[in-house]
Write a protein that binds this ligand. Structure first.
Ligand SMILES: Cc1cc2nc3c(=O)[nH]c(=O)nc-3n(C[C@H](O)[C@H](O)[C@H](O)COP(=O)(O)OP(=O)(O)OC[C@H]3O[C@@H](n4cnc5c(N)ncnc54)[C@H](O)[C@@H]3O)c2cc1C
Length: 310
């Protein structure tokens, strides 16, 4: 992990200081590993849920309708369907709202050979290159590509004024946000191999929870979509799934007890990560950035040194 300022000056480089207890895995590889561990036919690909309705509130039975026109009924419905969950409205009226931060997403392929300056600036893992309320957050992927987000504070509808269908005009408009930045950092946007994609960062209210509703629960982003600045969203989704499975195994024959136990742990866990993410968002996109982020990691170092008695 490295922190740079907009001139490309390296303010922190953790290349030689271990992984801070946060090992990383390529998402596609992990996904394949998990999918390949399941018996053939477990996943019904292409089954888009269009509606969910209760058929027996007491027994907790639900009918799930699919785009194909097929319906099923189930006595255990787990909404793991992301930020815009079709299941969430069964338990909560909350909807994700814009955080005030927008991203532009881009990829640079075969970076060491084709984009050496950008690859050198990225370093070996994760990058924060920051200037005030604008920042490049990037990652070197295991296939040698660079995955880049340009993040900035903006009105929710800012992207409507940009014609992303006209690639070179869109790139020029976006690059205006990086006036005065180091060429290699600008190159992460200007020399991207993919069209630039605008993404609004949305989040559910901090501490989102719901009362127990028979036969249904949520996990992952469906339960607690948050801004990505704690780097915990995917971790939590996997962890939620594992703990829900354990709760079900621990309460065989009593689904309600399993779901109640699962949710009792889920809500504080998600609230803590969401609060961390919101705090980091404030630090990353602060007027004096990257100062705050550098200080935050220095404070982690001090804590670590104090607890290890160094
Ligand atoms: C820009 C950005 C950067 C991020 N960076 C990080 C990071 O560095 N680290 C990290 O841990 N997290 C990060 N996250 C967050 C992370 O991507 C999510 O928290 C994580 O993907 C949530 O997993 P999930 O399975 O709950 O939801 P999703 O990954 O959204 O998966 C939901 C699934 O449900 C399916 N689905 C949706 N609707 C329906 C429907 N109606 N019918 C059937 N299926 C449906 C979707 O196709 C999808 O397969 C980032 C997020 C963003 C936006």
């Amino acid at each position: 992990m490295r922190i740079l300022d907009h001139t490309g000056a390296v303010l922190r480089d953790e290349a030689d200081s271990g992984d801070r207890g946060r090992p990383e895995v390529d998402r596609g590889q992990l996904r394949d590993l998990l999918i390949d561990s399941l018996p053939e036919g477990t996943i019904h690909w292409g089954s888009k849920v269009t509606a969910v309705r209760p058929v027996d509130d007491v027994a907790g039975r639900h009918e799930v309708a699919f785009a194909s026109g097929e319906t099923i009924t189930t006595d255990l419905l787990i909404g793991a369907d992301g930020a815009w969950s079709k299941v969430r409205p069964r338990v909560s009226d909350a909807r994700p709202a814009y955080t005030g931060i927008s991203f532009i997403e881009a990829d640079l392929f075969d970076a060491d050979a084709r984009h050496p300056a950008e690859a050198a600036a990225m370093g070996g893992g994760m990058l924060f290159a920051l200037r005030g309320e604008t920042g490049i957050l990037g990652h070197r992927e295991t296939d040698g590509s660079l995955h880049v987000y340009l993040g900035f504070t903006a009105a929710e509808d800012w992207a409507e004024s940009v014609d992303f269908g006209d690639s070179s005009a869109a790139t020029a408009t976006v690059l205006d946000r990086l006036d005065g930045w180091d060429d290699a950092l600008r190159g992460m946007i200007g020399n991207a191999d993919t069209p630039l994609t605008a993404r609004a960062i949305n989040a559910l209210p901090l501490g989102h929870s719901w009362p127990r509703v028979a036969g249904v629960t949520l996990l992952g982003d469906a339960a607690h979509v948050m801004s990505p600045f704690a780097g915990e969203g995917a971790n939590l989704a996997l962890y939620d799934g594992a703990l829900l499975a354990l709760a079900i195994a621990d309460h065989v024959g009593d689904t309600e007890a399993a779901l109640a136990a699962y949710e009792a742990d889920l809500f504080p866990r998600a609230a803590e990560a969401a609060a961390q993410s919101q705090e980091s968002m404030g630090i990353i996109f602060r007027e004096d950035s990257p100062k705050g982020l550098v200080e935050m990691f220095a404070a982690f170092d001090e804590q670590k040194a104090a607890t290890s008695g160094e």
